[in-house]
Design a binder for this molecule. Structure first.
Ligand SMILES: Nc1ncnc2c1ncn2[C@@H]1O[C@H](COP(=O)(O)OP(=O)(O)OP(=O)(O)O)[C@@H](O)[C@H]1O
Length: 235
């Protein structure tokens, strides 16, 4: 592998005496869509928190494009090219779709707001206040806001949560297409296995804070450890 877009080495996090993340290694190639899956409490959100700096790692290292960013605060990691979108939407309901994108563009190092509006199919509703658009469009706006500035690496927390099956699949296709076109590396925490197996190049499986398996969707789907720990019950 050439230099990974993002790499975690021996990432660990404890809460009190409890090990939420225990020595996890991760290497994600540039432009890859990586799924992060595992049962509830496996450590998926903690891994995202440690990568973005929201939670400190204990002894581990985070590298972005080969640069050690472990000592940087979340804002500085964001400026370095690491974006994150949360399950809860970050949208301001009083502003129009266009105003929010333009505002985000002004704050970003690269103002690609207009390009993002068009690419995410939001140009036609740019004049509407976010309070008046559908939940599905709001989720797309969330994704759009995370893509303003064209981050190197985008961490997404359940982008398909609350969407209908059709909306989830459309969101997944859009994400895959944008990752390819803009060479954005995506780490996706998602419980919708159709989305994960449909668009991820590789999948990391966490269980009890540890790395249980990593591989292509076909390898993960047939891994007996993954079936026993997660897929057998999740499917
Ligand atoms: N701030 C915190 N304080 C105490 N314990 C925490 C905290 N954050 C997470 N944990 C614990 O760490 C473990 C891993 O949690 P985490 O949220 O990372 O799991 P997850 O895989 O994202 O789960 P889910 O799929 O339910 O979102 C859980 O047992 C959780 O209770």
């Amino acid at each position: 592998m050439t230099l990974p877009a993002i790499e975690g080495r021996a990432l660990s996090r404890t809460y009190g005496g409890f090990r939420a993340l225990d020595g996890v290694d991760l290497k994600v190639a540039r432009g890859e869509v990586r799924g992060i899956i595992g049962p509830n409490g496996a450590g998926k959100s903690t891994l995202m928190d440690v990568l973005t700096g929201r939670a400190a790692t204990r002894g581990g290292t985070v590298l972005l494009g080969g640069r050690d960013i472990s000592a940087l605060a979340p804002r500085a990691r964001q400026r370095a090219g690491l974006a994150r979108s949360f399950q809860k939407t970050n949208v301001f309901l009083d502003l129009t779709v266009g105003e929010q994108i333009r505002l985000a563009g002004r704050c970003a190092t690269l103002d690609n707001g207009e390009e993002v509006l068009v690419a995410l199919g939001l140009a036609e509703i740019a004049h509407r206040p976010a309070a008046d658009i559908s939940y599905g469009d709001r989720r797309r706006l969330d994704l759009a806001l995370a893509l303003v500035g064209r981050p190197q690496v985008l961490l997404l927390d359940e982008p398909a949560a609350g969407l209908t099956v059709e909306e989830s699949l459309a969101m997944a296709d859009l994400l895959k297409d944008l990752a390819r076109r803009w060479h954005v590396t995506v780490l996706l925490v998602e419980h919708d296995m159709e989305v994960v197996f449909g668009i991820c190049d590789r999948i990391t499986v966490l269980h009890l804070g540890r790395l249980l398996a990593e591989g292509t969707p076909a390898e993960i789907r047939s891994d007996p450890r993954v079936i026993s720990a997660y897929l057998g019950t999740a499917a």
